[in-house]
Design a protein around this ligand. Structure first.
Ligand SMILES: Nc1ncnc2c1ncn2[C@@H]1O[C@H](COP(=O)(O)OP(=O)(O)OP(=O)(O)O)[C@@H](O)[C@H]1O
Length: 823
């Protein structure tokens, strides 16, 4: 920095400290400065490690003019000021910071080593020998000095590599005082260990450190990056070695061919395997973490399902209990459902899958009731002491799915994180052991490999665990396809419900969902039904069509919380980013420009806006995917300290501007974000602009989110393409490991194409696998042309109002609005 100035002084007070990114604002009593500064105090701000009030530091940087707070010193580097006199240094070393060092020892050190004592000790701890400080005392002193001085050195060093305060904080939290040593030895280690550091960042640091293009660390870093990307973006738990090597070559650029031949790459791979970072199995490369997680899942399941531990109620008693429940609930379970209930009660682990309306919730209820009767469990959660867990535990991966479980069972349900007492970081090993009882996990398709491993660690032998889900929905956001692999392995008892029971057969949405799942689009796709309609239009017309549909819903006083636009992509005419303000301006407009609103960057927020939580925050009991309402806006004159109050059900949370990255507008969301949720009305825009994303499980998941109304908008060809296109199976090893743990032969075929189960419970062995269902390449839309609009109709307001193509005509069950613009 050319115009760097310096300030040295004592920290009078730490005004502000952001623990997540080290940013601090300090008040300094000036001892010396190069600034022309008339006062004896100055405000200094910047990224600092641990700063202690009362200690002295020197800062370099520049004077800046803050619009509100006036002149401040923006520090680029800082350094702890060592006491400059003998007595000062003695007092420093004899202070409480250094346990075990009294005044006498401190004097010996300072008299022996001089005023540079601290630097000398850190450079070579053996210098303490000559001062008579040895053994544990010396070790403690060195460790404390490192701790005190380490963080500032580390932060300065990391800033020097161009790493931001946020990343510096993460790196320091991971490696502490070893940060710089680790980075200097192998900057690519950051790619493996630090979330948010990609290969390019690590490579930039390596270049500054002079690492060669063909350095083994560089090739290893590129390989790790390829595996991380496969896990994060594709959900794969392994990458085939050949593919991985190819991806390393393209990551490293043109000239990489010269030093990334198969032999060189194999050598790198072998060394990573020897270091227990990667695992090579059958030509596939896994990260050690995912490989171990898969094995742990498989062996835990096999341990829990151990034959000797099966419940011994006896078939007769189980049947009698089920019939009693059937009578009491006035329902006749079909043959497959009976097999499912019986299977769930007679095994320690059981899998239940089925499409919409096939009775999964009905079976959960039946199992809960029967289990309670068989075990004489008091079903009133209020009769349990506060430290006692209710022995019927219901949980789901998201807060909304858990809420739905509570609504359908009238029993308490929670997120899996909350059930296990997990913190923000889901790899937390502190998960609590669950008590003996019945555990039912719903929306299993959303559970990834990491979470499943942690969950099973908490399950105790003797518990009964039922995993429920729709295997044809999108797999988890995180790596793996746990539920699909568990089912496809044939290792665990399971039942697939196939008969649609939903009574209100006016509902053609469920039928459409099942048709989509079979790779067919019904001939009446484009026809208007009481509960669904299709507005065919080109991509550029989608925003307008969405606006008109939402306006029609608003006129009919639909609750905005129940009207949800689900889009496959964020970008494009029909993407989430574009459609959110479109819907916001209908449901919660600022026509006059006079309403209170704050600019949140991408979107403006107003009171009454529907917002989506983007990250888990167990401390505040709000989880990724939950939808809340903006109920308060606190505006600051300069905009810096604005805050939003957001209410999730009854949970009111304050979001200062610095935390607005954790929320977004929720009028339109991605289909992935809507997994585990249901809405009265789903508006589903699909166009060929999102061709890459169009997969059968995506459109199936979207359609099954609609409870009452489904409005499809866009290009019929896009729906057709989606239904025809099976998502590629993820690369995972869980199926194989389950077969190995259960000593059964691995079934052929893939999870997506397993045939429907027979009514009988699929027993672990022998495994019976039919031929995969052949995919018809002819999933064609056969439009019923009578009275319908041609595919590329340009919508006009008039057409919608006249009802020519009013998508809501004939729709019943409109809810009164309970949504008001209050400010
Ligand atoms: N054996 C049965 N006899 C009569 N009605 C049934 C039976 N099984 C389920 N139903 C009814 O069918 C409807 C759908 O069942 P349920 O909600 O259990 O299915 P689901 O698989 O959980 O559906 P979704 O995944 O869409 O929530 C419900 O109204 C339920 O009462």
């Amino acid at each position: 920095m050319n115009d760097a100035e310096s300030v040295t002084g004592k920290v009078e007070s730490i005004f502000f400290s952001n623990p997540s990114n080290l940013f601090k604002i300090l008040l300094i009593k000036i001892k010396a400065t190069t600034l022309k500064w008339g006062e004896d105090e100055i405000v200094v701000k910047g990224s600092f490690g641990d700063i202690t009030e009362g200690d002295s530091y020197s800062f370099t940087g520049t004077l800046v003019d803050h619009p509100k707070y006036g002149k401040q010193f923006q520090a680029a580097t800082y350094k702890s000021e060592q006491p400059t006199s003998r007595d000062g240094l003695v007092a420093y070393l004899a202070s409480e910071r250094f346990p075990g060092i009294g005044k006498k020892t401190a004097e010996r050190i300072v008299d022996g080593l001089g005023l540079n004592a601290v630097d000398d000790i850190l450079a070579d701890p053996h210098v303490l020998d000559d001062c008579g400080v040895r053994g544990e005392k010396a070790a403690t002193l060195v460790a404390s000095l490192k701790e005190n001085r380490g963080m500032e050195q580390v932060v300065i060093g990391l800033n020097g590599f161009g790493l931001s305060g946020n990343l510096a904080a993460k790196i320091y939290a991971q490696y502490r005082e070893d940060s710089l040593d680790i980075i200097k030895t192998n900057p690519y280690q950051l790619v493996e260990d630090i979330d948010g550091v990609g290969f390019r960042t690590a490579d930039g640091i390596a270049q500054q450190l002079g690492f060669a293009k063909d350095a083994p660390q560089r090739l290893g870093g590129a390989l790790s990056s390829v595996l991380n990307t496969a896990a994060d973006s594709e959900g794969d738990t392994f990458v085939e070695a050949k593919t991985a090597f190819g991806q390393v070559r393209s990551l490293l650029g043109d000239h990489a061919q010269q030093y990334t031949g198969d032999e060189a790459m194999l050598k790198v791979l072998q060394s990573q395997v020897a270091d227990h970072k990667l695992v090579l199995e059958d030509g596939n490369i896994y990260t050690q973490t995912l490989y171990q997680a898969e094995w742990q899942i498989a062996s835990q399941l096999s341990g829990l399902l151990d034959e000797g531990s099966a419940p011994d109620y006896g078939d007769e008693r189980i049947d009698k209990t089920i019939h009693g429940v059937e009578k009491r609930l006035e329902i006749d379970y079909d043959e497959t459902q009976l097999a499912a209930i019986h299977g769930a009660l007679s095994h320690r682990i059981f899998l239940l899958t089925g499409g919409p309306g096939t009775g999964k919730t009905t079976i959960i209820n039946a199992v809960v009731q029967s289990y309670a009767e068989l075990n004489q469990i008091d079903m009133d959660p209020n009769n349990y002491k506060s430290d006692e867990m209710f022995p019927i535990m219901l949980a789901a991966p998201t807060g909304r799915a858990a809420k739905r479980m509570t609504e359908t069972t009238n029993l308490p349900a929670s997120t899996i994180h909350r059930l296990l007492g997990l913190g923000v970081d889901q790899t937390d090993y502190e998960a609590r052991d669950l008590p003996d009882g019945l555990l039912i996990i719903d929306e299993m398709s959303m559970v990834d490999t990491y979470l499943m491993k942690i969950l099973l660690n908490s399950v105790q032998p003797g518990m009964t665990v039922i995993f429920v889900g729709d295997k044809d929905q999108l797999p988890s956001v995180g790596p793996g396809q746990v539920f699909a692999d568990m089912l496809a392995s044939g290792a665990l008892p399971s039942v697939e419900l196939t008969h649609i029971h939903r009574q209100d057969t006016d509902s053609t949405i469920v039928q459409l969902a099942h048709a989509i799942n079979e790779g067919k689009l019904p001939a009446d796709l484009l026809k208007k039904h009481a509960d669904r309609s299709f507005i065919a239009c080109p991509p550029a017309q989608v925003p307008r069509a969405v606006m008109q549909v939402v306006s029609a819903a608003a006129r009919r006083e639909f609750d905005p919380l129940g009207v949800q636009v689900l889009a496959p992509m964020y970008r494009g005419d029909a993407g989430v980013d574009n459609l959110n303000p479109v819907v916001q301006n209908v449901f919660n407009p600022n026509d006059t420009g006079k309403r209170k609103e704050v600019d949140g960057g991408q979107y403006k927020y107003r009171i009454g806006d529907k917002v989506l939580q983007l990250v888990n925050n167990p401390d505040k009991n709000v989880f990724n995917g939950e939808i809340g309402i903006v109920t308060g806006i606190d505006k600051d004159e300069k905009g810096k300290n604005d805050s939003l109050t957001i209410t999730f059900d009854d949970n009111e949370i304050s979001y200062p501007r610095s935390e607005w990255g954790k929320i977004t507008l929720a009028y339109a969301t991605s289909i992935h974000k809507a997994q585990g949720s249901e809405f009265d009305m789903v508006i589903l825009p699909l166009t060929m602009q999102s061709r890459r994303m169009l997969k059968r499980n995506l459109v199936y998941t979207a359609v099954t989110r609609a409870k009452q109304f489904l409005i499809m908008i866009g290009e019929p060809a896009a729906f057709e393409l989606a239904v025809q296109t099976l998502a590629a199976n993820r690369n995972t090893g869980l199926k194989k490991r389950l077969c190995s743990a259960f000593s059964i032969e691995e079934p052929a075929g893939d999870a997506e194409q397993q045939p429907a189960a027979t009514p009988a419970v699929s027993q672990p062995a022998p495994v019976q696998v039919s031929e995969p269902v052949a995919e018809p390449a002819t999933a064609a839309v056969a439009p019923d042309t009578a009275g319908e609009e041609p595919a590329d109709t340009i919508l006009t307001e008039d057409m919608v109002i006249r009802g020519t193509i009013d998508p809501l005509i004939g729709m019943h069950g409109v809810k009164p609005a309970d949504f008001e613009h209050k400010e």
